[in-house]
Write a protein that binds this ligand. Structure first.
Ligand code: CA2
Length: 146
């Protein structure tokens, strides 16, 4: 079975360092370590990446196209702007779950629309970093049904 890719977009490297009232107190390293352990217990390998650069995220999605079984992606602010990330995801054949730590629908209007949601097989928002855990459980289920 190919690995699941966990991709995080711009500024998510700052998790746990600022704005804990919105994004919680866990660091990205905490989240990645927890998800890696959970993935293993579900019988999957996890590959974690974070980038602040749109093109680098497109490259990672293209890598997942060849080497990955599924994608969990929090595209950060690129969710609301990036047709390039949407196009890259549209070229990926496996299941995609979009995660937002905060409830983007409860925030500023410009955060209400995500280009990625039109491709995602599932969208989790407002569940904190637990959303990544939920996404992994969902993917394990979808991949086992294949
Ligand atoms: O709620 C989410 O997960 C977001 O994808 C986070 C993005 C935001 O632009 C989206 O609208 C919703 C921002 C990530 C910024 O992350 C930080 C974490 C800690 C401190 C500062 C920024």
């Amino acid at each position: 079975m190919k690995p699941i890719f966990l991709l995080n977009g711009p500024n998510l490297n700052l998790l746990g360092q600022r704005q804990p009232e919105i994004y919680g107190r866990e660091t990205l390293a905490d989240v990645e370590a927890l998800c890696t352990r959970l993935a293993q217990s579900l019988g999957h390998e996890l590959r974690c990446h974070q980038s602040n650069h749109e093109g680098a995220l497109v490259d990672l999605i293209q890598e997942a196209r060849v080497e990955g079984s599924a994608i969990i992606i929090n595209p950060g602010a690129y969710s609301h702007t990036s047709v390039a990330i949407l196009d890259a995801l549209n070229a990926f054949d496996g299941p995609v779950i979009e995660v937002h730590i905060s409830n983007i629908h409860k925030r500023e209007t410009f955060r209400h629309h995500s280009f990625v949601s039109s491709r995602a097989d599932g969208v989790i928002a407002g569940c904190g970093t637990q959303g990544y855990i939920m996404a992994l459980h969902r993917l394990a289920h979808l991949l086992s049904a294949k």
